[in-house]
Design a protein around this ligand. Structure first.
Ligand code: SF4
Length: 759
């Protein structure tokens, strides 16, 4: 019945396995969408809510950061967007009675799925030191408790202010302002764990840490390479864009260790033809070995250099730097070793080359499959080398396209949520607000965990998210979190991070994207920035889930007034009353937001400037687009071991578990499964359906074990396995991170599979 959470905690993982699917969406997606929506919201609310998602006068989907097309469909959402909305607009409630019925210790035994299914938080809740239960607390008292702990710190740098990518631009801008006025740059955010490698590589090579293509460019491209990404589950409306690009003549190369239904065929539910027959998407599937992407692009670059007339000499000589050194290193690449690193055949590389040479407008799209490896930054630099060689930057239908995760993760970074802020941003902040912001770099996610582990950080404040489940090395992270004096989570729903607490803890319930945000000056809009740098408004329409909720922005304003007191000359009260006043300040501090309020009033919003795309101007250290020369790296695999990538199921968005099925991969009612190539399984003596423990091996010699996984013989690349996070985050060592970006290397974990006691 709508509004009633599932009874009992189905932690009994009993996966049923059938063969993987070969098409995404279609009628089944409509069925699943309506079933989940009805279960959470009931019929009337489902209609009211889903018809407003991603509409010009509606609210932005709290799911991923895929952009809106100019012309919106009546139903402008995907199955997973509907699940994200349904979980936020659910009629289920987590009230003080719920907390009275469940100790924190009990909540810590519950699955992430069960916790998330309980519904929306209704009251600020406080866990006093030594208490077993959270108890209701007033907002004033809650801010007092935070102020007590913050002002008791020996230094502002003992506080951590984490941001999850769902936070609006307005709240993010004020949050970083508060943290800096308090005196720290400790602003770790979820980008640190996902596209930080993209930001690092792109800032160095083209001068802007963001993608250079707009949605229209995808429709104009004649070759789209989708590498290390599973759009069918993680950015489903991207499939509509790929279908349209194909209809316009584009060809698609998919690079992935796993065959994914969404990249094989897309059954677009928006058209009868699409719904039943669908459109084949991938023209060439390169089943790469995990971590073999740098090697692949190095080989393509080597062959382009060896092909007469294939290099765009005019572009290279006018707009780039470092070509000779790069070309020398690419030509010197050892063919056999580099090919081995890819796990592909010469014939496959040659076929890819033919498609590349036939293309005049090439886009490369990528996600975590490229960003979460030790060598991710050199890999993404090699992708840029590949595009620069043929002038595919700053040309319509061509460019770099890192596809972001959370709906406003890119916006938060643009607003200043960054532990390594640019001096120019701090200068602008100082000019605008008249205080001297800290200049010393702060902690990113991995360094923040180390700081809590080593008692260098004592207060952890999270604006959204589920930090302990999203982070690597679960046992280390949870132990570190429990060493804190105070943990505070601004959340819409219950999650595991609420059960892994400091000595004192607060859970502060906030408005969701779907809900009306009423402040002193009336109804407020918030703004977000999508994966392609488009900024637009979002207006919630539903009545808040509880009268006790505060918006993220109001929480920051009241906290800042309580903690900073009269010392602060920042007009926090004015900001809380009218978000337009926040946007006026953003317009003066953040480049590209001039006239912010006027421009965001345009229903479609506006595109932020991107010098490489708009003018082929590259604001890098050399003033040119930089070719880079780096040795090819790839994960080495000891005998009898497999390379594991952690990934999402189709019923999951980051750490939010919508259900226990992974429909496209043929898995039902279970999450503790490991996908293993049948030949690897035979060599390792692992029968399909048997149970195994996953044990990761890393240079620190620590044994990290994830027990009781059902072996699923699956067409992965040889030597490569896959399993879901957060269940397998325990296997990812805290210090196993990408060079330069420090992003956890969650996509290439060396594991051994041991017969499990469960057999
Ligand atoms: S593609 Fe992403 S933004 Fe669009 S509806 Fe789906 S989850 Fe939401």
């Amino acid at each position: 019945m709508a509004g009633k959470p599932p009874q009992g905690d189905p932690v009994q993982d009993a996966p049923q396995v059938a063969g993987p699917k070969h098409a995404a969406a279609g009628l089944p997606a409509i069925g699943h969408t309506l079933r989940v929506a009805q279960q959470q919201m009931g019929v009337r609310r489902t209609a009211l809510t889903l018809l407003r998602v991603n509409q010009k006068d509606g609210f932005d989907c709290p799911g991923c950061a895929w952009p809106e097309p100019e012309h919106r469909h009546k139903a402008e959402f995907c199955e997973n967007g509907a699940k994200a909305v349904a979980e936020e607009a659910t009629l289920r409630r987590v009230t003080p009675d719920f907390f009275a019925a469940h100790t924190v210790a009990d909540l810590a035994t519950r699955s992430g799925y069960w916790l998330g299914q309980q519904g929306r938080l209704t009251h600020p809740m406080y866990l006093a030191e030594g208490a077993e239960h959270y108890a209701p607390v007033s907002w004033e008292r809650a801010f007092d408790i935070i102020a007590e702990e913050l002002t008791a710190l020996g230094s502002p740098d003992e506080a951590l202010f984490y941001t999850s990518g769902r936070t609006s631009n307005e709240a993010a801008f004020l949050y970083q302002l508060f943290a800096r006025e308090f005196g720290t740059n400790n602003l770790p955010d979820c980008s640190n764990m996902c596209h930080e490698s993209s930001g690092s590589a792109l800032s160095e090579t083209i001068g802007v840490g963001k993608g250079s293509v707009l949605l229209e460019d995808l429709y104009k491209a004649d070759l789209i390479i989708v590498a290390g990404q599973n759009p069918g589950t993680n950015h489903p409306r991207m499939l509509s864009a790929l279908e349209k690009a194909k209809a316009n003549g584009a060809r698609i190369i998919t690079v992935n260790p796993l065959p994914e239904a969404g990249m094989e065929r897309f059954k677009n539910p928006q058209t009868p033809q699409g719904m039943f027959k669908g459109a084949a998407l991938t023209d060439l599937f390169l089943q790469i070995r995990i971590g073999g992407d740098q090697a692949l692009f190095r080989l393509l670059n080597k062959l382009i250099l060896e092909t007469e007339g294939a290099v765009d000499e005019a572009f290279v000589s006018e707009h780039t730097h470092g070509y000779e050194e790069f070309a020398q290193s690419a030509r010197a690449a050892d063919w056999d070793e580099t090919l081995t690193a890819t796990g592909l055949t010469r014939a496959q590389i040659d076929e890819a080359l033919r498609m590349v040479l036939a293309s005049k407008r090439t886009i490369v799209c990528w996600a975590m499959g490229l960003t979460q490896h030790k060598h991710s930054v050199p890999t993404i630099r090699e992708v840029v080398n590949f595009l620069l060689l043929r002038g595919n930057i700053g040309r319509p239908g061509a460019g770099v396209c890192p596809v972001r995760g959370h709906s406003n993760v890119q916006g938060d970074r643009t607003m200043g949520i960054f532990e390594r802020p640019a001096p120019a941003f701090l200068d602008a902040l100082e000019r605008e607000f008249g205080f001297a912001p800290p200049r010393e770099h702060g902690y990113d996610v991995v360094r923040a965990i180390r700081a809590m582990r080593d008692d260098k950080a004592k207060v952890f404040f999270a604006m959204g998210g589920n930090f302990v489940s999203a982070s690597p090395d679960t046992e280390v992270t949870e132990a570190a979190m429990r060493r804190a004096r105070l943990t505070v989570h601004v959340s819409t729903k219950l999650n595991r991070s609420h059960a892994v607490t400091g000595a004192r803890a607060l859970v502060l319930p906030t408005l969701g994207r779907t809900e009306r945000d009423l402040q002193g000056s009336g109804e407020q809009i918030v703004t977000v920035e999508d994966s392609m740098g488009m900024v637009h408004a979002s207006r919630g329409r539903l009545e808040p889930a509880s009268e006790h909720l505060l918006s993220e922005t109001a929480i920051v304003c009241r906290l800042a007034r309580r903690v900073l007191g009269d010392e602060s000359r920042t007009p926090w009260e004015e900001f809380e009353k009218d978000y337009a006043t926040i946007r006026d300040r953003i317009a003066r501090v953040v480049p590209g937001f001039e006239d912010f309020n006027a421009r965001v009033a345009d229903p479609g919003g506006f595109a932020l400037p991107h010098a490489p795309r708009d003018e082929r101007r590259f604001p890098t250290a050399t003033g040119k687009a930089n070719f880079t020369a780096a040795p090819v790296e790839y994960p080495k695999l000891p005998e009898g071991r497999l390379l594991l990538q952690t990934l999402r199921s189709h019923d999951q968005y980051n750490t939010t578990i919508y259900g226990l099925d992974d429909r496209y991969r043929g898995i039902k009612n279970g999450r503790r499964v490991v996908l293993v190539n049948p030949d690897d399984a035979r060599e390792l003596g692992l029968a399909d359906g048997s149970y195994t423990d996953l044990v990761s091996e890393w240079q620190d010699g620590v044994e990290r074990r994830a027990p009781g996984f059902r072996v699923v013989h699956y067409p992965t690349a040889r030597g490569c396995a896959a399993a879901y996070y957060p269940e397998t985050n325990v296997l990812v060592p805290l210090d196993a991170t990408a060079d330069t970006s420090n992003t956890p290397a969650s996509k290439s974990v060396v594991v051994r599979l041991e017969q499990s006691a469960a057999n």
